[in-house]
Design a protein around this ligand. Structure first.
Ligand code: AMP
Ligand code: ZN
Length: 112
């Protein structure tokens, strides 16, 4: 499968890793939208949030444990934003589920 985040997970494509364990990888986004902009992914391919099911959801809860750890380790004490874009209309460009973890500035709602 020609999936850029699978290739990052298996080392074929380089990335600046900030966290890694057996099932989850976190690395810096190439085009940061905040002073800190980290992508957190399962190493195993899940296409999008619409594909989460009982068989694969354990890694998703683990991702949120990892997000809390990264936030603590990087002193995101003022707050942070977690974003998942699911599907074309939401702007998902990479079809391997990923959570944007952004910090270091104020965020507006519902966009930006
Ligand atoms: P999304 O639009 O939600 O699918 O987010 C995809 C994100 O992946 C964007 O923020 C891109 O900047 C980022 N991205 C794409 N290719 C790479 C790469 N090789 N290394 C790091 N981040 C990437
Ligand atoms: Zn993939």
């Amino acid at each position: 499968m020609d999936c850029i985040f699978c290739k990052i997970a298996n080392g074929e494509i380089p990335a600046t890793k900030v966290y890694e364990d057996d099932t989850v990888l976190a690395f810096n986004d190439l085009e940061p939208q905040a002073p800190s902009h980290i992508l957190v992914i399962p190493k195993a391919h899940i296409a999008s949030a619409a594909d989460i099911a009982p068989e694969n959801s354990a890694v998703i809860s683990h991702i949120f444990e990892v997000i809390a750890k990264i936030a603590k380790d990087n002193n995101f004490n003022d707050g942070f934003r977690v974003v998942n874009n699911c599907g074309d209309s939401a702007g998902q460009t990479v079809k391997h589920i990923h959570f944007h973890l952004m910090a270091g500035r104020d965020f507006t709602w519902p966009a930006g």
